[in-house]
Design a protein around this ligand. Structure first.
Ligand code: ZN
Length: 306
């Protein structure tokens, strides 16, 4: 009995030491998650090869991503062909609602119906365990909506496909597309560095916040979109992560991190999971809300004349 107690104590001490050590020497890890699948919004000449370009960048790094599909974007033979192409390449497909409307504007019943409509469209393309991602990462402005949806997800065997590193790639991409529409000869390479810098900056921020908050390194999920920006630069982004000390991990492996079992008690609910846990803790006074948005990025891109 005594020996066992001593052993337990030793195991505890050793465990704590390796955790401490881990927090200081472990590489940060990130998985890629890709939302919406708005392939039709990608301008030509890139649209036709958009899916191949994204899949190619992931394949080059032997990386499995998670795609969160909004049904209205792929409700056509070509759209569903693209989703099948992703499934066949080994990536997991998650539910991002059919119409991509927020829970606060739709209300609980319509929001749940929208999720089920998407489930019917995607059918067997949805991989088990099933993941659900909230549009705009908004999980409800009231406890009733938040808890109602948590109950719904549980009842329908979904896990929350939460994001830990949120960013505004959608805004960079929309600006780039607008620019190309106005100025077809625009040199899109000018977006590369600002975009990579933005994502790496947000990744470092959320990784730092998570490490202080939890006292350990987590496996992150980065949110980016199926858009022109990533068609052009996803390969560069993956390389930049590696060059700056990050380890790329498959999305299913990232989602096994215990942080994804957490359901923070915050209102309004949502944002990055790291942001929400930090908010819930009350330990961080300077959390901006929303965590990420175009208003933070517009002055930067205006300044760069992009
Ligand atoms: Zn979305």
């Amino acid at each position: 009995m005594l020996a066992k107690r001593i052993w337990n104590r030793r195991a505890f001490v050793l465990g704590a030491a390796s955790t401490l050590l881990g927090a200081t020497v472990e590489q940060p890890q990130v998985a890629i998650t890709i939302d919406d699948f708005g392939w039709q919004e990608i301008p030509e000449p890139w649209r036709a090869r958009a899916s191949d370009a994204l899949l190619g960048a992931l394949a080059e790094h032997k990386l499995l991503a998670a795609g969160f599909v909004a049904g209205k974007r792929v409700d056509s033979p070509e759209g569903l062909r693209i989703v099948r192409q992703w499934r066949d390449a080994g990536h997991s497909i998650g539910n991002h609602t059919y119409s991509h409307q927020g829970i606060d504007s739709l209300g609980l019943d319509a929001f749940e119906a929208d999720a089920l409509r998407n489930e019917r469209l995607l059918g067997p393309l949805l991989k088990s365990p099933k993941y659900f991602r909230f549009p705009m990462l908004k999980e409800g402005a009231t406890a009733e909506l938040r808890d109602g949806m948590r109950g719904f997800l549980k009842a329908h065997a979904y896990r929350n496909g939460a994001v830990t590193i949120d960013a505004s790639d959608w805004y960079y991409s929309a600006r780039l597309s607008d620019r190309l529409a106005r100025e077809p000869g625009f040199d899109w390479n000018r977006y590369r560095e600002p975009y990579l810098k933005h994502i790496l900056d947000r990744a470092r921020y959320y990784d730092g916040l998570a490490t202080v908050l939890l006292g350990r390194k987590i496996r992150h999920t980065l949110l980016i979109h199926f858009n022109l920006l990533n068609v052009l630069f996803l390969g560069d982004l993956l390389e930049r992560f590696q060059r700056t000390g990050w380890r790329l991990v498959d999305a299913p492996a990232a989602f096994t991190d215990p942080i994804f079992d957490r359901a923070p008690n915050t209102i309004p609910a949502g944002e990055s999971l790291v942001w929400a846990l930090a908010k819930e803790s009350g330990r961080f006074q300077k959390l901006r809300y929303p965590g990420e948005d175009d208003v933070y990025e517009k002055p930067i891109l205006d300044e760069l004349k992009l």
